[in-house]
Design a protein around this ligand. Structure first.
Ligand SMILES: [Zn+2]
Length: 88
């Protein structure tokens, strides 16, 4: 069960399985994504920052919020870019 609130371009509030609601920024870390949860802060962020310092940009390290959000977005592309139905 995932609850997604789109905020602005590439930023979402994500809540997974009744846990806390966290800010996810998909554009961060060369599109790996950033999450405000403890797991990301402890396990993923240090890896990404170290990779960035070393100039390695293709490292992927994601917490469940980012993974679940990406999975869901692949399903519901309307959450990524709400496109107007009529052009102008
Ligand atoms: Zn997270």
């Amino acid at each position: 069960m995932i609850n997604i609130e789109p905020l602005e371009e590439a930023r979402y509030h994500v809540q997974v399985d009744g846990g806390g609601k966290y800010l996810v920024d998909l554009a961060a870390y060369n599109h790996n994504g950033f999450c405000g949860c403890r797991d990301f802060e402890v396990r993923h962020q240090p890896l990404l920052e170290q990779a960035e310092e070393n100039g390695i940009l293709d490292v992927t390290s994601r917490c469940k919020h980012i993974r679940r959000l990406l999975f869901k977005l692949a399903d519901k592309s309307n959450l990524v870019a709400p496109s107007p139905l009529q052009g102008g």
